[in-house]
Design a protein around this ligand. Structure first.
Ligand code: HEC
Length: 450
């Protein structure tokens, strides 16, 4: 289960070889690091999606002249792994994700070295060609699947020039009249200006289900509608893994949850979502279901965080069918510090799947496992969600460490749950998936599951 790098480390150790602090970084460093040659390619790949004109980052990092004034701040954010935003613990659990936007230790070392050297520009002939960002007004998957089958929009919202952050939660019926399986979804603010105020947007699918798998008991708490799609900058959309998809039922609605923030000018915008169905007659074999897994012992209402304290609490969820865990998306508020998800297998073994150790409420990242790493877990597996809250003055986001804090919707209240998407299968299909995975893995050392 350990990350491949750690097995390597153990192996080197066993061979009696000394480990240097950052071997890859040390060896790959050019003598003189310049913006045009070494730093610009990293910014293009990892920063420009948000740090360019008309995007959500507070400044553009496209040219040298734009980047230079931010050098110190860039060094501290990048070295602390706060930028790019990706909070999964690099030393714990699975490290292969389909949507990883983090940068490597070697890239961090390059940026730090550049700043320490006085942030030199370098030769313009080394500068990579500018990235042509796709138009924000096209639907990307139309190339693959043709026109979207369904477009759903949130009602328009006006964000004043100055205001507190807003969480806008309108409900919009989908209008579909027969069950349909979804193979791809895209979501985006309705306009380029709207991107400035749209911090992130979530769309939940609300529908009445007969299946017992759809409802997670959560000790009597309402699990609420499942997350259907989420938009944050840098992410265009989601395609279902092969032969699997989400099912939308007649009578369903989209429950929006859009985080708007004021940017000094009044802006009105909506968020739109394009949905591509599997053609009729080509329905996928496996259905994905999204569950809210509480991380609070005894259920959400029991969350009780004393003033000036750290708190830890956990909850357990039994998988009533075998399945593949597709993602991990922790949800907490301002006192949220960390969350982990472990699998306790029917044979008693425990596997740490994922952990976010420096949770940040600004970033609702959905960590989607890469194809060959999404854990395959047998029926009867128990998922253990553990959550930590920091209600002390050491937490820079804490509005008041002297308050008792309980569960609630407001940002100053707390929550602790993970949104987890699971593709369920019967035992025979599960065995086929496990065997396929094993065949792919033969002879490799890695953190792949099963
Ligand atoms: C997914 C979008 C996104 C990506 C990718 C991203 N940033 Fe940011 N960045 C933001 C946003 C939004 C803020 C302001 C809010 C915050 O600080 O979290 C920010 C803040 C910053 C700041 C702080 C600015 C200040 O006020 O001092 C720095 C520095 C920074 N980013 C550098 C980078 C660098 C360098 C990269 C790439 C290695 C990067 N960011 C990638 C969205 C992003």
């Amino acid at each position: 289960m350990a990350d491949a790098r750690f097995r390597w480390a153990a192996w080197l150790g066993a061979m009696g070889l000394a480990l240097v602090a950052a071997p890859a970084a040390a060896q790959n460093q050019p003598a003189q690091v310049t913006f045009t040659k070494d730093v610009a390619p990293i910014f293009q790949k990892a920063c420009e999606s948000c740090h360019r004109k008309d995007s959500i980052g507070p400044m553009s990092l496209v040219t040298y002249e734009e980047s230079r004034p931010w050098a110190r701040s860039i060094k501290s954010r990048v070295a602390a792994r706060q930028m790019p935003p990706w909070h999964i613990d690099k030393n714990v659990g699975i490290q292969h994700f389909a949507n990883d936007r983090s940068i490597s230790d070697a890239e961090i070392a390059t940026i730090v070295k550049w700043v320490d050297a006085g942030a030199p520009k370098g030769d313009m002939k080394d500068m990579p060609a500018p990235v042509q960002w796709p138009s924000d007004q096209d639907w990307n998957f139309a190339k693959n699947y043709g026109k979207p089958d369904l477009i759903i929009k949130s009602p328009k919202y006006t964000m004043p020039a100055q205001a507190q952050d807003a969480w806008y939660k309108p409900v919009v019926p989908t209008g579909i009249t027969e069950p349909r399986y979804v193979r791809a979804i895209e979501m985006r603010p309705g306009s380029v200006r709207g991107r400035k105020i749209t911090h992130h947007a979530l769309a939940r699918l609300q529908q009445t289900e007969a299946s017992s798998l759809a409802a997670t008991p959560n000790n009597g708490d309402d699990p609420g509608p499942g997350l259907f799609m989420e938009w944050a900058v840098g992410k265009q959309g989601e395609v279902a893994r092969e032969n699997s998809g989400k099912l939308m039922l007649p009578g369903s609605s989209i429950v929006w949850d859009i985080h708007y923030h004021a940017v000094g000018e009044e802006i009105t915008d909506d968020v739109e979502m394009a949905i591509y169905f599997y053609p009729k007659g080509q329905e996928p074999k496996f259905r994905q279901m999204l569950s809210l897994y509480s991380g609070i012992a005894g259920g959400n209402r029991n969350l009780d965080i004393a003033p000036n304290s750290m708190s830890v609490t956990q909850n357990f969820h039994v998988m009533r069918k075998a399945g593949r865990i597709e993602n991990f998306q922790p949800h907490m508020h301002l006192r949220g510090k960390a969350m982990s998800m472990e699998a306790i297998l029917p044979n008693g073994q425990t596997q740490m799947l994922s952990m976010v150790s420096n949770y940040n409420f600004n970033w609702h990242t959905n960590y989607v496992y890469a194809d060959d790493y999404a854990p395959l877990l047998p029926k009867g597996t128990v998922l253990r969600i553990t959550s930590w809250h920091d209600n002390t003055k050491n937490n820079p986001n804490n509005p008041d460490p002297n308050q008792w804090v309980g569960w609630g919707d407001r940002t100053v209240d707390e929550m602790a749950h993970a949104w987890v998407n699971i593709t369920y299968m019967d035992d025979a299909d599960f065995k086929v998936e496990v065997d396929k995975r094993k065949a792919k893995l033969a002879g490799t050392t890695s953190d792949r599951q099963q």
